[in-house]
Design a protein around this ligand. Structure first.
Ligand SMILES: *[C@@H]1O[C@H](CO)[C@@H](O)[C@H](O)[C@H]1NC(C)=O
Ligand SMILES: *[C@@H]1O[C@H](CO)[C@@H](O)[C@H](O)[C@H]1NC(C)=O
Ligand SMILES: *[C@@H]1O[C@H](CO)[C@@H](O)[C@H](O)[C@H]1NC(C)=O
Ligand SMILES: *[C@@H]1O[C@H](CO)[C@@H](O)[C@H](O)[C@H]1NC(C)=O
Length: 480
């Protein structure tokens, strides 16, 4: 299920050191300082001695706003490839501008071009541990702070103040970096950080339902899902084929894979920013349920799914592969975000995006067929029989959420319409850790995922603007 992710940091390289020294000696042309130029930092495959091999971690730098003595803002794109959109076009860019800061975006191991191994087999991915991930970023941060000329193409003061930031999973990294290395990292801005793990993350579905409810189409939507389930659960293959063509889906997919594909397609806009003028979930989902030419909820559901397929130009081949949970199970080639994320789900945090289990009695917004058994069997199939299932989520939370309770200088934000809200510390049923003046938690009313880290726009929600102001004031306090 490659679509799982669509839904969301020793030794210095000799070449790099030489290069940096050369650059410092010579006058730099602007072209050399472009923020889309890739730099590479040498890292060991394993920081704990299990492999001596070295790989190169990619990072990008924007020094346009840097003033000597200014802070360094380090972000990681998390599961995404590094891009200068992270250095040039986020709220941190604005912070760097106002504080004379340097911007760095550094890739996460096994994502983008930062590959410790030559393939993504289960055996290679055993080096994908949180401990290794954090040590990568810590090693880079030590170099940036204590040996800046070894990593930066422009003169940077020694002993700079380091601020980590990130959104979604990258927000976890920011929070963990401050919690684990308080002497190295002065503070962290963790936006929509999905730090709290649940084996079955049906709260994803419930949050989506709350968004539909706010827009007035939750009831019809859940009725449509139930109508589709009558067919999906019936075992009637000709009725299944009819349903698939009604929704513009390829025929041939199993009922369960069809259910999974529908869940993916109908939540396609759920993480898009909500502004004063635009809500993509309204345009892409609820609008179809208001359309009087569609008579039943099921027809409205089908029309909205067809529109997602059309406007995103998804071909039947693409849908057949994306929806096929057996597809690419033994494809170990690099560059598959979904495969690496799947490994993290299987071995770190679960978060399987299932329908609310029947015993909860809760209304669902995806098929009952999208349950643990839709996701979990692929863990062993993809990564080997030695992957223990289910993943021990309690152990993970004890290890990675508890330390946050004691940490200062972490700013947490979460959106009240974010499908990931209940994985953040600001859940829909209250904060999981206490919000303190040193580590405040702000719930952004009416916002979806990571909205505070976007650059200002004229039609931003007031709640989003307020969250940015609180964060800016906090960063200013840390830097004093
Ligand atoms: C850094 O980001 C700013 C803001 O987007 C941009 O104007 C500038 O060109 C970037 N610097 C470089 C060297 O690309
Ligand atoms: C994956 O890479 C490792 C180390 O480079 C190699 O030993 C192994 O044979 C590869 N596995 C597959 C399935 O390609
Ligand atoms: C299966 O569905 C078709 C409609 O697609 C219907 O005509 C047929 O009666 C159904 N079969 C059973 C056994 O319910
Ligand atoms: C799903 O993918 C598997 C593995 O590539 C393939 O054997 C199977 O035929 C595919 N199923 C469908 C319905 O396309």
């Amino acid at each position: 299920m490659r679509f799982a992710t669509f839904l969301r940091l020793l030794a210095f390289g000799l070449a790099l050191s030489l290069c940096a020294n050369d650059i410092q000696g010579a006058a730099l042309s602007n072209i050399d300082l472009r923020s889309d130029k890739a730099y590479w930092f040498d890292q060991p495959v394993d920081h704990f001695g299990k492999s001596p091999s070295i790989w190169k971690q990619q990072y990008l730098v924007n020094a346009t706003f840097y003033r000597p003595g200014g802070p360094i803002y380090i972000t990681t794109p998390g599961e995404n490839p590094a891009s200068n959109s992270y250095t040039d076009q986020t709220h941190f860019t604005q912070l760097a501008k106002s504080t004379g800061g340097l911007l760095v975006n550094i890739e996460h191991r096994f994502f983008g071009k930062s590959n410790p191994m030559t393939n993504l087999s289960g055996s290679s991915l055993r080096f994908l541990t949180i401990e290794n991930v954090l040590e990568d970023f810590a090693a880079f941060t030590r170099a940036a702070k204590y040996h800046p000329s070894s990593v930066f193409p422009t003169p940077v003061s020694s002993n700079s103040k380091i601020i980590f930031g990130g959104g979604s999973y990258a927000g976890n990294i920011a929070a963990w970096m401050r919690a684990k290395y308080p002497d190295l990292v002065l503070g962290a801005w963790a936006s929509s950080a999905i730090v709290y793990a649940r084996l079955l993350y049906y709260q994803f579905d419930l949050s989506f339902g709350r968004h539909l409810e706010a827009l007035g189409c939750a009831k019809q939507f859940s009725q449509a899902v139930q109508q589709a389930d009558v067919v999906l659960l019936s075992g009637n293959v000709s009725a299944l084929a009819d349903l698939q063509s009604q929704f513009g889906l390829p025929t041939g997919l199993s009922a369960r894979d069809t259910a999974g594909l529908l869940a993916f397609l109908s939540t396609a806009y759920s993480m898009q920013a909500v502004s004063k003028t635009i809500d993509r979930v309204d345009q892409g989902v609820c609008a179809f349920f208001r359309d009087s030419s569609s008579t039943t909820p099921l027809q409205s559901y089908a029309a909205s799914v067809k529109a997602v397929i059309e406007s995103n130009r998804m071909t039947l081949d693409y849908l057949a592969q994306t929806g096929n949970s057996s597809y690419g199970i033994d494809d170990y080639t690099l560059g598959q975000i979904g495969r690496v994320w799947y490994y993290m789900e299987c071995t770190w945090f679960g978060n399987w995006q299932v329908a609310p289990p029947p015993n909860t009695g809760l209304t669902g917004y995806r098929s009952q067929l999208v349950d643990q058994s839709y996701f979990e069997p692929n863990c062993k199939k993809k990564f080997g029989d030695n992957i223990p299932t289910p993943v021990n989520v309690q152990k993970y939370n004890d290890k990675w959420v508890r330390p946050l309770e004691r940490s200062s200088n972490i700013y947490y934000t979460s959106g009240s319409l974010d499908i990931w809200q209940d994985a953040t510390v600001a859940t829909s049923s209250g904060n999981l850790i206490s919000s303190t003046s040193k580590s405040p938690i702000v719930l952004i009313e009416g916002a979806t995922h990571v909205q505070d880290l976007r650059t200002d726009r004229p039609d931003d929600l007031d709640s989003v603007i307020k969250a940015r102001q609180i964060g800016d004031a906090l960063v200013a306090k840390w830097l004093k």
